[in-house]
Ligand binder design. Sequence first.
Ligand SMILES: *Cc1c(COP(=O)(O)O)cnc(C)c1O
Length: 389
Amino acid sequence: MSIKEIMEQEQEYIMDTYDRLPVVFVRGQGTRLWDEGGSEYIDFTSGLGVLNVGHAHPRVVEAVKKQAEKLIHTSNLYYTEPQIELAEKLIKLSFEGKCFFANSGAEANEAAIKLARKYAKGFEIITAYNSFHGRTLATLAATGQPEKQKAFEPLPVGFKHVPFNDVEAMKKAVSAETCAIMLETIQGEGGVHVAETVYLKQVRKLCDETGLLLILDEVQTGIGRTGKFFSYEHYGIEPDMVTLAKSLGGGLPIGVLIAKTTVAENFEKGDHGTTFGGNPLVCTAALSVLKVLNEENLCEKAAEQGAYLMSKLNDLAEKDTLIKEVRGKGLMIGIELKEEVASKIVLACLEKGTVINKVSPSTLRLLPPLTVTTEEIDRMIETLSKMLE
Ligand SMILES: *Cc1c(COP(=O)(O)O)cnc(C)c1O
């Protein structure tokens, strides 16, 4: 099929929920992608923060191939080894607790919401404006973006939104019905806004003083993206629950809720479940991702390359009048422009073989694989600076 035919067929058979860019990708390797015509691209989006170890990492490919030949799925009626092995590894990386495996970020957050309600007397969860927690009805209700919610009302009740990085607003929002506070450490879809250290520390303190649960949504910031395995490690705090998804399976769909043991124990048999969650194939993929992250020191690399990329962007911001601000941590970076031209820039970069993404009409986002080299960063900066001109 030609690209034109593919686009026409898509219009006919796929629901119109995505504003896709005019490209058909057929192959990926590391930080590179190729389209159906054989043109090469450098990928600074990583499938929306999913391919932290890069496309087609040989260790991941090998592990998935082997496991697919052995056992893909059994359901959670039975014990399977990869799921238990993965849980043990994740607990060692986080805190004393237990895991629940789901298939996506939204589902991991749904599990957190259900567990918070089961654990506490109250039912209300406070989240931030501009947050993003998913597209299911409950996670959409948790998402602090009224324009995304409007068409789907009535939404599940029990969610209150407050301005991000404002601890006084958070304190005021707490009521007798509150059971938890749910935050991203860096708001990703909301425009790459970084939580201040003092803010998260004060929110942690507020939770300790009032007995509220702190849920951190690390679906996008986790798995080394910001230069630490969990981005909360930058803040010197620990949540009561944390969710991961995007990059955990190296491209295969998996999400997880990790909760402190005293919280986790409130889920009893039959309280929650999923058919696919944590099946042998996705858990084997995730185990290989953790191995690669460790062997290739990708958390440290994300911090180093992130600092380099940030300095290059700040140089550009000094010269270029179109850049208003550069924000982020590690390899999760937002570029705020002075004009609403993000879509144009994304398309122009794509035509020059550089894949970047936008999170608002005036904000670009960079999420390259953590394996990205300084050479590739230089190449991306060169294209971006030309397109900004
Ligand atoms: C992407 C994202 C989600 C939703 O994950 P899905 O896998 O698309 O359901 C939730 N929270 C955050 C912070 C995200 O970035």
